[in-house]
Design a protein around this ligand. Structure first.
Ligand code: BGC
Length: 366
């Protein structure tokens, strides 16, 4: 193939990859401050449907087929905007400016000590008091059926330096992939860690202990009692953190293991086994009774696997159903927690003139 043909073939495959059959939008209500919020429905040719709101860039609903072809809901969330405006643990949300924890809610950058909000004991979690999950993003429906969301996080917002412009694009492809492309730029040195915090249950309801997980990771980052990494990259071999072979999530979750006790289950970052920064398979989840499978591909170095240990039924989700402990799982592709204080971890620093980019793909099969 000559160069021109190769280029055309690439463009064609990219276009096909991005082709979502339809995007429609509607009103989703107003924030407490009176800002209008929209909801977008992306539907592909197989009938897979994802609903996303520009409030927090949240995935509100995701319906994928089971082994009989029946469409069913696989993410936890609320029927209306009100639920998202109330206190909830980041259901479906985009997380930033710094996803996951920053120890003692402070870090030093260019010899300046920055303080960020303490909203998780002594630590800062998921961007602080009003992170990217609680703001209204500027939406744009793309010609190729994607949804672009833009948010400008101002210099000093939640304690972070630099005006940071973040663009997230959601695409639903005809091969049942939900693709999330993240980009960020800044006008001052800053730190950035972006993820999506969807809670999945491939069965639709009940606990997720029978879901079978594979993680492409030889090591994980053990934590202290505040769930801050100790800095060690510990081999998973011989521990309940070894998911290199497909294993039921519930098989070892109650083992007498210090790390499991600290997390009240799984709530840890795994170090993805990768060469380079290309899109690689990070996780695979299968749900035996429905036959649903979700594969997570990412360009990121880590993944937080969280088994919904802190869910306790006090929040009522879709259909008014209480959201109970361990009835959903998160696979948050990310940089490692507390990287701004861990020089040996892959860097989360972003400088002016450089664009941060990452991609995560959730691929549904059966
Ligand atoms: C954290 C959990 C936390 C949850 C909701 C996850 O990313 O690792 O510890 O409870 O988010 O805030």
């Amino acid at each position: 193939m000559n160069k021109t043909w190769a280029a055309l073939a690439l463009i064609a495959s990219t276009a096909a990859m991005h082709a979502a059959t339809k995007i429609v939008s509607g009103d989703f209500g107003k924030t407490r401050e009176g800002e209008l919020v929209r909801i977008y429905t992306l539907t592909n040719k197989t009938g897979v449907e994802v609903k996303i709101t520009n409030f927090g860039g949240r995935i509100v609903s995701l319906r994928v087929p089971d082994k009989e072809g029946a469409m069913g809901e696989v993410v936890v969330g609320f029927d209306s905007l009100e639920g998202y405006l109330n206190e909830n643990p980041y259901f479906g949300a985009l997380i930033g400016r710094y996803a996951n924890r920053i120890g003692h809610a402070q870090f030093t950058l260019d010899a300046v000590l920055y303080h960020v909000p303490k909203n998780d004991g002594d630590n800062s979690l998921h961007g602080g008091t009003r992170g990217f999950d609680k703001v209204v993003w500027t939406p744009r429906e793309l010609k190729d059926g994607g949804l672009e969301l833009v948010y400008l996080s101002k210099d000093g917002e939640e304690g972070y330096p630099g005006n940071c412009k973040v663009t997230v694009v959601y695409h639903l492809t005809d091969s049942n992939e939900l693709r999330v492309d993240y980009a960020a730029t800044t006008d001052k040195d800053t730190v950035v860690n972006l993820t999506n915090h969807s809670y999945f249950n491939l069965k639709g309801s009940g606990d997720i202990l029978g879901h079978v997980l594979t993680l492409s990771a030889d090591r994980f980052t053990p934590v202290d009692s505040g769930l801050i990494p100790t800095g060690e990259l510990k081999a998973v071999a011989g521990t309940p953190f070894d998911f290199r072979k497909p294993t039921a999530i519930g098989a070892r979750i109650e083992n007498d293991d210090e790390q499991l006790k600290l997390g009240k289950g799984y709530d840890h970052n795994w170090v993805l086994t990768r060469t380079g920064t290309s899109l690689t398979l990070a996780a695979r989840v299968t749900e035996p009774s429905t036959g649903r499978v979700m594969e997570v591909f990412t360009t990121q170095p880590g993944i937080q696997f969280y088994t919904g240990n802190f869910l306790d039924g006090t929040i009522k989700g879709k259909g008014g159903q209480p959201i109970l402990r361990r009835t959903a799982l998160c696979l948050e592709t990310q940089h490692f927690p507390d990287s701004p204080n861990k020089p040996a971890f892959p860097s989360t620093e972003l400088k002016p003139g450089v664009e941060f980019n990452s991609t995560t793909v959730f691929h549904f099969t059966k």
